[in-house]
Design a protein around this ligand. Structure first.
Ligand code: FES
Length: 110
């Protein structure tokens, strides 16, 4: 893996999630990474409901049968294409997208 890569593409199961620690504008942040085929989306690992992490343990995210990301704290569901909360206590809010790109089989901040 190249030095500043977050993770290798194959380090994320297709349709699955990973978590990466990054520094954005000088602040340490936890990122949620979601892989779909050769594409990866990034979001801050912060739920818009109560600001909690979305994973129940580092890198362990829940996915519903409908294919939504489910916040481990109070069960808000998020569409993974847009980050929009489609059900639960913060319906209509959004996860904060963080642009990432895949290069040479590795995932980088864009
Ligand atoms: S903090 Fe995510 S649903 Fe409450």
């Amino acid at each position: 893996m190249t030095d500043n890569a977050l993770i290798s593409l194959h380090g994320i199961a297709d349709g699955g999630f990973a978590e990466a620690e990054v520094v954005i504008d000088g602040d340490a942040e936890s990122l949620l990474l979601y892989r779909q085929g050769d594409a990866v989306r990034g979001f801050l690992n912060i739920c818009p409901h109560a600001g909690r992490r979305l994973d129940w343990a580092p890198g362990q995210f829940l996915k519903s049968r409908e294919g939504h990301l489910v916040c481990a704290a109070h069960g808000a569901s998020f569409a993974l294409d847009s980050g929009e909360c489609v059900a639960g206590p913060c319906k209509g809010d959004r996860l904060r997208a963080v642009p990432v790109q895949v290069r040479d089989g590795n995932v980088f901040l864009a």
